[in-house]
Design a protein around this ligand. Structure first.
Ligand SMILES: [Zn+2]
Length: 184
């Protein structure tokens, strides 16, 4: 499973992986199952009108088995996706919700829940004249480096097949960091 972000390990400051927790909106009838399961954290929430209670569970990857390996996981949450009041859960795809997640550090072996403070937590960041530029992970940092180093700093690179190959985020780098003096 590929990490969502790379962050500074809170324990050793080495680069650590961060995985967002998933949120699953569940029906009241299933709340009991989820509250008893050690793989999920059940939370209740009153809707804005406060006459209805919403049940949702947090699932922390890496700290819990993969969902497909949790044998009694209710079928109805396995396929498709369910839209919740303020988020949704997609079994096939990836859900990024809020800032709850898991920190995994292969250097000091830390494996724990982590509340993301982004971009403060970003491992790949640099400061130039009071402003901070950050990258999600190593691959983004390398693309950024290649772009900054390149002569033309092309915003749009079109391949021979007509596809735009340059990453979109490179078009969004503030001018502050693209000044000649900032190159080094
Ligand atoms: Zn660490």
């Amino acid at each position: 499973m590929e990490a969502d972000l790379q962050i500074k390990c809170t324990n050793c400051n080495h680069p650590a992986d961060f995985f967002f927790a998933s949120i699953i909106n569940v029906k009241k009838k299933d709340a009991n199952y989820f509250s008893k399961s050690k793989h999920f954290v059940l939370k209740k929430d009153k809707g804005w009108s406060s006459w209805k209670t919403y049940y949702y569970v947090w699932y922390y990857p890496m700290l819990s088995p993969r969902l497909e390996n949790i044998s009694d996981f209710p079928d109805e949450y396995k396929t498709g996706h369910r839209k919740g009041g303020f988020s949704y859960y997609d079994y096939q795809g990836q859900v990024l919700y809020g800032s709850e997640g898991v920190l995994v550090c292969s250097f000091c072996k830390t494996l724990e829940k982590h509340k993301l403070d982004w971009p403060r937590d970003a491992y790949f960041q640099l400061e130039y004249k009071g402003k901070t530029l950050w990258a999600y992970d190593r691959s983004y940092a390398l693309k950024l480096l290649a772009y900054i180093r390149s002569d033309g700093r092309k915003k749009r690179v079109v391949s021979t097949t007509g596809h735009v190959t340059q990453d979109y985020f490179l078009r969004k780098i503030p001018g502050h960091f693209q000044a000649k003096k900032a190159r080094d």
